[in-house]
Ligand binder design. Structure first.
Ligand SMILES: NC(=O)c1ccc[n+]([C@@H]2O[C@H](COP(=O)([O-])OP(=O)(O)OC[C@H]3O[C@@H](n4cnc5c(N)ncnc54)[C@H](OP(=O)(O)O)[C@@H]3O)[C@@H](O)[C@H]2O)c1
Length: 349
């Protein structure tokens, strides 16, 4: 059996270990074998390492956002070819799909083909953020993305993005704007520019007392909103109060990137909780819907990225290269030292 290098975790809260004995996966008919070149780091990595949640097998190989080059394709692949560059967010917690190893498997329907417009480094800032925001706003709240290169009809309605400065939140701002909505984003005052660059028309301070935040939402929107996406996972109470007390629209939607906490949401509000972790999980009945939606979104967003309608995030490339740099990068993320999206080069092509 061919083996390869990468990072494994022996069990929940066990350290990351660089090893050279990971079995090298073999392509199924609709899969590509991809060489990991750059990985983007997300909060899900330390979460999985500490808790073991979402991990299907130990020793585990983890990782979520990646860009790389196709080495082989399965017999029924229609979209991907050997030598092409690809990127995206993998189904997390399944060893053979995980990018913290030399090569991993990519289902072609869930994988973005890299065009001319984005570079390989920035491409690995796209997957988890755009898919989480897309599930929330398109599957969860019915937004319609215009065809690439065309403009959506401008709506006299706001979409509120809690955490518009984060990775998920920046894509939510971009998608809502692309769909013709005015965007109000919450963020720290120091990150106002980030949310505005992503498409927010206005912002408010996410650390202000809740009554102050509600007052600003009312003053800025005049109640002309019915959709809130909490990409920060910190703003359930604020979001529900805003929809109940301020929104003047008849249809009210609340989406959250938090799919783990208990939430008490009144029946008058439609709730959607993003479960990107179900992508590719044959063992879960809800997985098919998430997986089908992701395939649809990859098609929609591939065109938008190439047309310039959606942009990758600003990022910081870690100095050096290799698996130990990934481990250092995750430690920095956990220590709150990552100001921008962290990208690590893991191998030469
Ligand atoms: N359910 C799913 O399938 C799924 C998928 C992907 C991600 N997620 C989750 O989504 C969340 C966001 O991920 P991300 O990658 O976008 O993280 P991120 O880049 O770290 O962004 C976090 C956001 O939350 C805001 N925030 C942090 N602490 C806050 C507080 N105390 N009060 C209000 N806002 C606060 C930040 O705003 P400032 O920095 O401006 O203060 C920032 O906008 C994470 O919890 C992640 O685990 C879930």
């Amino acid at each position: 059996m061919a083996t390869q290098t990468g990072i494994t975790i022996a069990g929940p809260n066990e350290p990351y270990t660089v090893v050279d004995n990971i079995p090298r996966p073999t392509c199924g008919p609709t899969q590509a074998l991809v060489k990991s070149l750059f990985v983007g780091l997300n909060p899900v990595e330390p979460f999985m390492q500490h808790t073991g949640v979402l991990i299907a097998e130990f020793p585990a190989v983890i990782g979520s956002d990646v860009s790389g080059v196709v080495l082989e394709v399965g017999s029924e692949c229609k979209k991907l070819e050997k030598g092409e560059y690809v990127f995206g967010c993998v189904p997390v917690g399944l060893n053979k799909f995980s990018p913290f190893q030399e090569t991993f498997l990519a289902e072609e329907d869930w994988t973005f083909k890299k065009g001319e417009r984005v570079g390989l480094e920035e491409a690995c800032t796209v997957g988890a953020g755009v898919l989480t925001a897309g599930l929330a706003l398109i599957d969860g709240q019915g937004l319609k993305v215009p065809a690439p290169g065309t403009n959506a009809e401008q709506k006299d309605s706001w979409v509120i993005v809690m955490g518009g400065s984060g990775s998920v939140g920046q894509y939510a701002c971009q998608i809502a704007k692309l769909c013709g909505y005015k965007v109000l984003a919450s963020c720290s005052p120091s990150k106002d520019e980030i949310a505005r660059k992503a498409g927010a028309t206005a912002t408010f301070n996410n650390r202000a007392p809740i009554d102050e935040q509600l007052g600003l939402i009312e003053r800025i929107t005049g109640g002309q909103f019915g959709r809130i996406f909490d990409a920060s996972v910190q703003a359930v109470q604020l979001s529900i109060k805003a929809l109940e007390a301020i929104s003047k629209e008849s249809d009210k939607y609340f989406a959250s990137a938090d799919d783990w906490s208990e939430m008490d949401v009144p029946d008058s509000i439609s709730v959607y909780r993003v479960q990107l972790g179900l992508l590719g999980r044959a063992d879960n009945p809800l997985s098919k819907r998430v997986t089908d939606q992701v395939a649809e979104m990859v098609r929609i967003f591939e065109g938008q990225i190439e047309a310039g309608g959606l942009r990758p995030l600003d990022y910081e490339l870690a100095p050096g290269m290799g698996w130990d740099k990934v481990i250092e990068g995750i430690a920095n993320l956990e220590a709150g030292k990552a100001i921008k999206k962290s990208v690590v080069k893991v191998q030469e092509e």
